[in-house]
Design a protein around this ligand. Structure first.
Ligand code: HEC
Ligand code: HEC
Length: 224
C-alpha cells in the first residue's frame, strides 16, 4: 500500500517535472530562490512593479515604488503593514490580504536578490543645498536611513536613495495623514514628518530621489 503510494507519487513528480521542462525549453536559470512557485506568486506584482515608469493615478499620479533591490525584511514589513491595515493604500491592502506569511517571506527574499549590479553607490553622496541640508538635519533622517540613505540601521527600515521622487513624496505625506484612505500609521515616521510642511517634504523627496541607490524596476520581459 505504502509502496504503491510512493511509486505513484514518484511518477507524478517525474511527469510534473517533464511537463515543466517541455513547456519551457529555453527557460533561463531562475534567480536566487526562484522556480515556478515563486514566479506564480510574483506574477500579479509584475503588472505594476515590473513595468519601468508605471504610474498609479491614486491618490495622485506617481510612479509605483521600485522594490527590486530593496531590503527583504523591509519588503516583508511593508507587505505585513498592508495586510494588517497599518498601511491603508486600497490596492496594496487587497494584495497583502491575499498573501500568507510564507508567501511574504519568499517574495521578499526574491525581490531583495534583484539589486542593481555594478559598483556599490558612493557613500559620499551629492551634497544637498543648504535648505534641504537643514531639513534633513532637523528630521535626523540619516540616523535611521543610514549612509547615503542606502544603508538603513535596521533591516526592517527602507533604502530610499534613488527611489522615485514622486513616490517618496506620496509616502511621506501618507505618514502625515495616517487616517486618510492611503495613510500609514507608523510610530517612527509619523513623528518625523509632522514637523514639516508638504513643500519641505517635497524638497527632501527630490533630493533623496536624486541619489544613487540600488533599487531598480526589473522589467517584465526578464521573467519570460
Ligand atoms: C495595481 C498595482 C499594484 C500591484 C498589482 C502590486 N502593487 Fe505593490 N504597490 C503599488 C502601489 C501604488 C504602491 C504604493 C502604495 C502606497 O502608497 O502605500 C505599492 C507599494 C508596494 C510596496 C511598498 C514599497 C515601499 O517602498 O514601501 C511593496 C513592498 C509592494 N508594493 C509589493 C508588491 C508585491 C510583492 C506585489 C505582488 C504580490 C504587489 N506589490 C502588487 C501598486 C501595486
Ligand atoms: C527613527 C528612525 C527614522 C527616522 C529619524 C526617519 N525615518 Fe524614514 N523610515 C523609518 C522607518 C522605520 C520607515 C518604514 C516605516 C513603515 O514601515 O512604513 C521609514 C520610511 C520612510 C519612507 C518611506 C519609504 C518607502 O519606500 O515607502 C521615507 C520616504 C522616509 N522614511 C524618509 C525619511 C526622511 C526624509 C526622514 C527625515 C526627515 C526620515 N525618513 C527619518 C525610520 C526613520
Amino acid at each position: 500500500m505504502t509502496k504503491l503510494f510512493s511509486s505513484l507519487f514518484a511518477l507524478l513528480v517525474a511527469s510534473a517535472t517533464s511537463f515543466a521542462s517541455a513547456q519551457a525549453p529555453a527557460q533561463p536559470a531562475p534567480a536566487a530562490g526562484g522556480g515556478p512557485a515563486i514566479e506564480a506568486k510574483v506574477a500579479m506584482c509584475i503588472g505594476c512593479h515590473g513595468i519601468p515608469g508605471y504610474q498609479s493615478s491614486f491618490p495622485e499620479v506617481h510612479r509605483v515604488p521600485m522594490i527590486s533591490g530593496q531590503g527583504g525584511k523591509y519588503i516583508a514589513a511593508a507587505l505585513t503593514a498592508y495586510k494588517n491595515g497599518e498601511r491603508k493604500h486600497p490596492s496594496m491592502r487587497g494584495i497583502g490580504a491575499g498573501l500568507s506569511d510564507q508567501d511574504i517571506t519568499q517574495i521578499s527574499a526574491w525581490y531583495e536578490a534583484q539589486a542593481k549590479g555594478g559598483a556599490a553607490p558612493s557613500e559620499q553622496p551629492r551634497q544637498p543645498n543648504a535648505q534641504v541640508a537643514a531639513l534633513l538635519q532637523k528630521g535626523g533622517c540619516v540616523a535611521c536611513h543610514g549612509a547615503n540613505f542606502n544603508k538603513p540601521i535596521d533591516p526592517t527600515y527602507p533604502k530610499i536613495a534613488g527611489q522615485h521622487k514622486d513616490y517618496l513624496f506620496v509616502a511621506l505625506k501618507a505618514y502625515k495623514a495616517d487616517g486618510s484612505v492611503v495613510g500609514r500609521s507608523n510610530g517612527l515616521m509619523g513623528g518625523v514628518v509632522k514637523q514639516f510642511s508638504n513643500a519641505e517634504l517635497k524638497a527632501m523627496a527630490n533630493y533623496v530621489g536624486s541619489l544613487d541607490g540600488q533599487l531598480i524596476t526589473q522589467p517584465q520581459s526578464r521573467f519570460r
